[in-house]
Design a protein around this ligand. Structure first.
Ligand code: ADP
Ligand code: ASP
Ligand code: MG
Length: 413
């Protein structure tokens, strides 16, 4: 295609996830979709993830040669995954006669802080991408990667290509950021676990933030935060079909909230209990301060009623951080004379989310009843004004999500 670029053409950012690019046939299929959009006269900027399970396979490979923590080298390794995708998709588009050009995250001007493995975008210098679009080219940008001020390659955290796409949509002033994935939208629960889950036509930024924060990995949490801050509309849809997906947008004024909008689950956390802690001022701080200093995010926390001057503190944290946390906590336990530390990887968190539950006092009781009727024991409970989360046994997660979904079937969405 060598038609002259049209400065007034609408611009969309399209992001294709790993499963949409898993095989050469799927890459060809994605190229056809991008080509079809471009031939409609729409300017397109494409963001891609690594093919299929490439990121996991690379992490596995790293584990086979090293037991150490080498965040800089892991980023160097993982960014190779997205680089394979940009080159292959660009070749497929060039073969179709479209002027595509591949760009790495650094080439596309994604500037981040230096926190390897979980870097934050601190600036966008999208002029090279914008110039390519102005020339009528289709930039194919590697998601999930950026460059720090010290010129180091960084990655944005798992699922980070979603954030790359939203950041580019904001920087380029795109009409919409389309996230193409292997489901056709955001559902009331993970459709792979809950056959009766319903597709949402629209979901507000706030509700999507809570769904993502509670484990609905269809959108990375930070991509939703970025979209809300910059006002980018996200459209989650399937790369395998044509139907409309789900739009993530600003809440409509004057529209009454559904009581509950969705159920999310997360199996990526572990539960830790510090036993027999002296019940004194300052003890909780001495447990959690060293974890915070090590950059470990603690999620749900409960402290038991004190018995004979001692108590137990339980909390959840990312399973990936458990080994580091255990080392830290063993030292803390010695220092504060606690009885011991115990960890459980076999847990899941099930969360019910909905802005309307603020004004409905029965929601929590209904959720606990649904779990009780399914014979599922609750380990930890935490709530916010629009969320109730329960920690349960990981083996019961599918049953739990289905039980809660069935209980709220009529109110959902
Ligand atoms: P991609 O590789 O395209 O980024 P992901 O695996 O990151 O795809 O995200 C898509 C997956 O998110 C789906 O396959 C689905 O199992 C899961 N998911 C979890 N919760 C939801 C939900 N509420 N709605 C839709 N998908 C969900
Ligand atoms: N490839 C990266 C991951 O698997 C980034 C992404 O897919 O968004 O997490
Ligand atoms: Mg993803």
């Amino acid at each position: 295609m060598s038609s002259a670029p049209d400065a007034s053409a609408p611009l969309v950012v399209q992001k294709y996830g790993g499963s949409s690019l898993a095989t050469p046939e799927r890459i060809t299929h994605v190229a056809q979709r991008v080509a079809a959009t471009a031939r409609e006269g729409v300017s397109v900027c494409v963001v891609v993830s690594a093919m299929g399970r490439t990121t996991d396979d690379l992490l596995d490979l790293a584990g086979q040669v090293s037991a150490g923590r080498h965040p800089r080298e892991i980023d160097m390794l993982l960014t190779a995954g997205e680089q394979i995708s940009i080159a292959l998709l660009t070749m497929a588009l060039l073969d179709q006669g479209l002027p595509a050009v591949s760009l790495t995250g650094p080439q596309a001007g994604i500037l981040t802080d230096s926190s390897h493995g979980n870097a934050r975008i601190i600036g966008m210098r999208a002029d090279r991408v914008a110039a390519a679009i102005a020339r009528g080219e289709i930039p194919i940008v590697a998601g999930f990667q950026g460059v720090s001020q010290a010129h180091e390659v960084t990655t944005l955290g798992r699922g980070g290509s979603d954030t790359t796409a939203v950041a580019l949509a904001a920087a380029l002033g795109a009409e919409v950021c389309e996230i193409y994935t292997d489901v056709d939208g955001v559902y009331t629960a993970d459709p792979r676990l809950v056959p009766g889950a319903r597709k949402l036509e629209r979901v507000s930024y706030d509700e999507m933030l809570d769904l993502a924060a509670c484990g609905a990995r269809v959108l990375m949490l930070r991509s939703v935060e970025y979209a809300r801050r910059t006002g980018v509309t996200i459209h989650v849809r399937s790369s395998f079909g044509e139907e409309e997906g789900t739009r993530v947008v600003e809440e409509e004024a004057g529209v009454e909230h559904a009581i509950v909008s969705g159920i999310a689950h997360d199996t990526s956390e572990a539960k830790v209990t510090v036993f027999g802690v002296p019940d004194q001022p300052g003890i909780a701080a001495s447990v959690f301060r060293p974890l915070a200093e090590a950059g470990i995010n603690v999620d749900m926390i409960v402290q038991n009623v004190s018995e004979e001057g001692h108590t137990d503190i339980s909390f959840t944290l990312p399973e990936d951080d458990l080994a580091r946390a255990t080392l830290i906590l063993d030292a803390v336990a010695l220092r504060v004379s606690a009885a011991g530390v115990n960890a459980d990887r076999n847990i899941a968190k099930v969360s019910l989310i909905g802005a309307g539950m603020k004004s409905d006092p029965g929601v929590a009781a209904d959720m606990f009843e649904a779990l009780a009727e399914a014979g599922i024991n609750i380990g930890i409970i935490s709530t916010s004004s629009i969320r109730i989360s329960c920690v349960i046994d990981q083996d019961a997660v599918e049953q739990a999500v289905n039980a809660v979904h069935a209980r709220f079937a009529l109110q959902l969405g």
